[in-house]
Design a protein around this ligand. Sequence first.
Ligand code: FAD
Length: 295
Amino acid sequence: MTQTRKSRLPMEKKPDFQLSFEFFPPKTQKAEERFWNSLEKLIPLDPEFVSVTYGAGGSTRERTLRMVSRISSETGIDAAAHLTCVGASREQVDEVVRGYYDAGVRRIVAIRGDPVEGVGEKFIPHPDGYASSVDLVAGIRQIADFDVSVAAYPEMHPESSSWDEEMDNLKRKRDAGASRALTQMFFDNNDYWRFMERVEKANVGMPVVPGIQPIHNFERISAFARKCGAKVPLWLAQRFEGLENDPGTHALVAASVAGEQVSELMDGGVRQFHFFTMNHASQVMALARILGAGS
Ligand code: FAD
């Protein structure tokens, strides 16, 4: 692919090309088969790590542990376990961290989690729990030398009242021991570029890897995006309009939308991508090829 644009990131921030893939822990036997099939297809892309999410309020605790343990022991790929501190005491969270360590997992994606009542509700920490992701990162790093990733929000976290607050929180996560941030999904790359300018200006000093959400199902992804505070641009909605019962065209449009997004980011100097796979491989494989990997 020819580089048509001037890099929008400083040269020293450009590592070698790296991919990571996010999965969620499957609920049924059939879903578990899809999980492993998809993972198997993505392994040849040599990801830096594969992460497995943690259900709201710890609802997938055992399943997340089981999946990351197996990835770690059976595939040779680094597994990263997500962990939240919602509705759990420090003791309970620390026990999960030690369980990950004992299972050979050395990477954690440390996330506060959303209030049990739902996104947008006021977050009330457990009385004996970690109060925020900053506290959680510090707690994890006290237990062992984990590689810790945290979350970042190109469109600002819905609970933040200003960009200064947002940047301060990101810097506190870094100071507590995080090595990188993975962003929330976004569909307008200008939001990422503007965010990265703020990150530079605030001297955040750790990589902020764009989280790319391929659109497997526009209705579902857009509802989820809105819930997380990520906007769904009108042009995007228009591209999928009327395709509810046309899965073939829907898939082609989705591939072209995500292809444009990653190409533009790559042309702007991005070399690390975190893909929200939704446990499906094909779109991610196509995107990796567009980026020049896996072909
Ligand atoms: P925090 O960094 O703690 O920040 C949340 C808000 O609180 C910010 O607005 C911040 O400015 C504010 N804040 C922080 N500290 C203070 C303070 N002391 N006083 C006042 N305000 C403060 N959710 C899951 O349940 N499971 C997952 O596996 C999961 N994985 C995710 C992966 C990625 C890449 C991303 C981007 C999100 C993920 N989430 C997951 C969603 C996440 O739980 C929500 O976005 C949540 O609302 C915030 O988590 P956080 O770690 O960013 O919170």
